[in-house]
Write a protein that binds this ligand. Structure first.
Ligand code: MSP
Length: 567
């Protein structure tokens, strides 16, 4: 490999552009093949500014295909989907969700004894199946082995090089084979392997073993971005803030430049460095660019925003914060690309307090969990109990407990009793209440005000990227409704009955609307049972008294049946 000066002398940027032949380019989302002429004209394009009405753009991490999906992956997917669906609920029907698979750097294929692409195809399908089983309303499922992605990554590389952010150097450091990354001295420590009693160096962040390694490869001038990164963290880039502290501390303590290629002998399955087939592009640079590929990068001159760039929210687990909050914004800063607005970090699902992970083997198969409890129950449970700022321990008994308390004896019971108690007169009660002909007692008014505030409170949590607090707020109202219903005893108080029944019917309509992003199928069932018109199910309809037209000829239906299998 040439040194950086020699490299630039031998292959000037202009020459690279002329000599570098690409297959005709496909827009990843619309799959429209663009002409070569268009491709050439956009090669120098960067995005200047962004359209104010750009689509809201949410991403999940892309999943390694070297192991089967588990509940932790399912959780990440669901959080992304809830954010996207919430945005749709607010009336934005252009919101986008990108998910997909990270297929480069595979070592598992040779272990499995099959051709690498076949291995990736098979395992990618499992993640796609999970996205469907999880009822993800994704806009595009990206694979890093797609041609369009390879084009985007190589273009991104060339732009970094063109701007002088890439150089070659000998690199020595602590390298983790399983994380495919070098760690600085400050990020590793000595640890005892519990299985063998052997002392070894491991990454503090991932716990993976590292070894001292020396090689010549390409580097990115990460150190040039320390000040700008620290400025970025002041804008609330990282949510919850809890995670920002460690990032700020680590960036403040100094940034080393980043090795961004590996000798091809070490990393064969990946994207070659443009103009140097002896080196393969570092898997994390490759992987992070997927978010740009998903937005149609390289962008046409002055474009980019029509497919959502910049990202509004990257959803990531806490183990990949450094990649998304340090490397990724620095890469984008180097190209003057608009930066993502938020990285939403979540904690891990654990089993007996140990991280659920493929390497430990303590994983829960999400397909089995969905089969057993139903997709909406799982989506509810994961968002309700899953930790953002902290970890959460997974336990089937907790799923059963929460199902019974909030769904079956909560929503299901309220819906059932409301319809039963109304004895066919719900429509009349609704008309009377909405036309002011239904007297309310003070306790009715107090309860009414809880319903009046609910949508605003939930919207506020979602605005702050806290789906857990949002669904907890809804569930608190469900418990409150059960109490209100019970204490009001409408069956014993004919004078007050109309108002009470109307109020609890409103609770079903309002919570049904607000639960749509969390439990799309069950929320639809609730709204269908109460005959809420499909045109009146958006966030602006989740206000007390705002719909006088539902409740016609309703019939009892069991929405949350008893679970077939109990612990
Ligand atoms: N391929 C990288 C991400 C590249 S994004 C440009 C990767 N893949 S992964 O398959 O290992 O993890 C994908 C996501 O699943 C990460 O956000 C990770 O945090 C999350 N989870 C993996 N195990 C988890 C738990 N036990 N609990 C919750 N989420 C976890 O990293």
């Amino acid at each position: 490999m040439a040194n950086s000066r020699g490299f630039f002398r031998a292959l000037s940027w202009a020459n690279q552009l002329l000599s570098y032949q690409r297959p005709s380019w496909q827009c990843t989302s619309c799959k429209v093949t663009r002409s070569a002429a268009f491709r050439t004209s956009r090669r120098y394009a960067t995005t200047s500014g962004e359209a104010s009405n750009k689509p809201y753009y949410v991403t999940t991490p892309i999943f390694y295909v070297n192991a089967a999906p588990h509940v932790g992956h399912f959780y990440t997917m669901v959080i992304g989907d809830v954010l996207k669906r919430w945005r749709t609920l607010t009336g934005d029907n252009k919101a986008r969700l990108l998910t997909g698979t990270d297929e480069h750097g595979m070592k598992a294929a040779s272990a499995a004894g099959i051709d690498t692409q076949t291995f990736c195809d098979q395992n990618c399908k499992t993640f796609k199946d999970l996205a469907h089983a999880a009822n993800l309303d994704y806009t595009y499922f990206i694979r890093t082995t797609e041609h369009s992605h390879k084009d985007a990554v190589q273009y991104f590389w060339e732009m970094l090089q063109h701007r002088g952010y890439i150089y070659t150097a000998k690199h020595e450091g602590w390298y983790s084979i399983s994380d495919e990354t070098f760690y600085p001295q400050s990020q590793v420590h000595l640890s005892l392997d519990p299985a063998t009693g052997r002392k070894r160096m491991v990454s503090i962040e991932t716990g993976k073993e590292v070894e001292w390694s020396s090689e010549t490869n390409y580097h990115f001038r990460l150190s040039a971005f320390q000040d700008r990164l620290l400025e970025l963290y002041k804008t609330g880039f990282i949510t919850p803030e809890h995670y920002a502290g460690d990032v700020v501390k680590s960036v403040s303590s100094g940034l080393s430049d980043l090795s961004i290629s590996r000798p091809v002998q070490r990393l064969t399955w990946g994207i070659p460095v443009p103009g140097d087939s002896s080196q393969t592009i570092y898997v994390w640079l490759d992987a992070l660019v997927n978010y740009l590929t998903g937005a149609g990068y390289p962008f046409p001159p002055g474009g980019g925003s029509h497919l959502g760039w910049p990202v509004d929210v990257h959803v990531v687990g806490k183990d990949i914060v450094r990649f998304h909050c340090v490397f990724w914004p620095a890469f984008l800063m180097a190209l003057d690309l608009p930066l993502p607005r938020n990285v939403l970090v979540h904690g891990h699902w654990t089993m007996n307090r140990e991280k659920m992970s493929k390497s430990t083997g303590n994983v829960v198969n999400p397909f089995f969990a969905i089969d057993r409890f139903g997709v909406d129950t799982m989506r509810f449970f994961l968002t309700f109990q899953g930790g953002l700022a902290s970890d959460a321990d997974y336990d089937n008994a907790h799923i059963i407990r929460d199902y019974k308390k909030y769904l079956q004896q909560g929503i299901g019971n309220i819906a059932h009793r409301t319809i039963g108690c109304a004895k066919g007169k719900l429509r009349t009660y609704i008309l009377n209440a909405t036309s002011g002909n239904s007297p309310a007692q003070s306790h009715d008014m107090a309860y009414q005000s809880v319903l009046e505030q609910l949508a605003t409170k939930v919207a506020d949590h979602m605005e702050k990227l806290n789906p857990r607090a949002a669904v907890q707020e809804i569930m608190a109202v469900i418990l409150h409704t059960n109490k209100y219903f019970h204490n009001s005893a409408p069956w014993e108080n004919p004078d007050q009955k109309q108002r009470v029944i109307y109020n609890v019917a409103e609770s079903m309509r309002i919570t049904g609307i607000l639960l749509q992003p969390f439990m799309p199928n069950k929320a639809k069932e609730i709204l269908d049972v109460f005959r809420v018109d499909s045109s009146k199910r958006s966030l602006s309809d989740a206000n007390y008294g705002s719909d006088a037209d539902y409740g016609e000829s309703i019939e009892k239906r069991i929405i949350f049946p008893p679970l077939v299998v109990e612990e």
